[in-house]
Design a protein. Sequence first.
Length: 282
Amino acid sequence: MMRFFLLPISTRRTLLYCQKLQALPKDKQTIVDKVTVRAAQLWSGWERKEGGWQKKVVVYGNYLLRRIPFEEWGLKSVPPLSTRRREEEILGKDKNHLIYPESLIPTTKAVSVLRALGTERESLHKSRLIWCLIGMPISAPFALVPIIPNLPFFYLAYRAWSHWRALAGGKHIRFLCDNNLLSLSPSPALDSVYYPLVPNSSTPKKSIAEKDGANSSTSNDSHETKEEKLLLSQENGRQLVKVLKLPELEVELERAIWQVETAIQKGKDEKAKPPGTTGPKL
């Protein structure tokens, strides 16, 4: 069983998060699942070190991880569609719920918003996966350097896996939407947090549904004239975590809010520049 959350961060961007309510037993985990768990344990061990090259790798690595688009993290939270899972979902053994604030996302648009979030970045992940696979053998000779591990290779390997997981998550979402396997669950708890944040109760609801339902990565002409507004602050994000009782969601919301807030501010700074002003030449 899974619960899919649609959490608007701004009037144009929505965070997707998938909560898996039943963890697979070890004997049913795939090799990818086992490697992922092992890598997470190793990274956590490095984080606890007080110094050394492992600690430096973790500090710089966390800096890079924070800059991976939150949309990619959201897709990665969706498990790949295995043959067993496909059969269970079709037979109705595995129930999946789509949870969203109806004050911002109308029920008639919820599935289209989820579908857009699952498919709009597909071509981007495919192209970057290919480039990572091309770069891995090129970086392989760095393994000849003694003492220090081949960090460029491991980074490219991680990014290749990350893009693959995002593609697999998007494929799973498309399968659920195409086969009408989602139970729609508008959340009064989410509305209690979001409704006070909406400056105009009708405009944001329409813009979010239309924006994500069409393509939340690019702006069409009807939205270019409307300024994007941040809905959630970090404090609101922590409030959402408490309302939903999902402590694991806190880091996802914190990252998404920071990225969207930074992007909006960057857009404002660009507009504030005098005409004809350009950045430094490289």
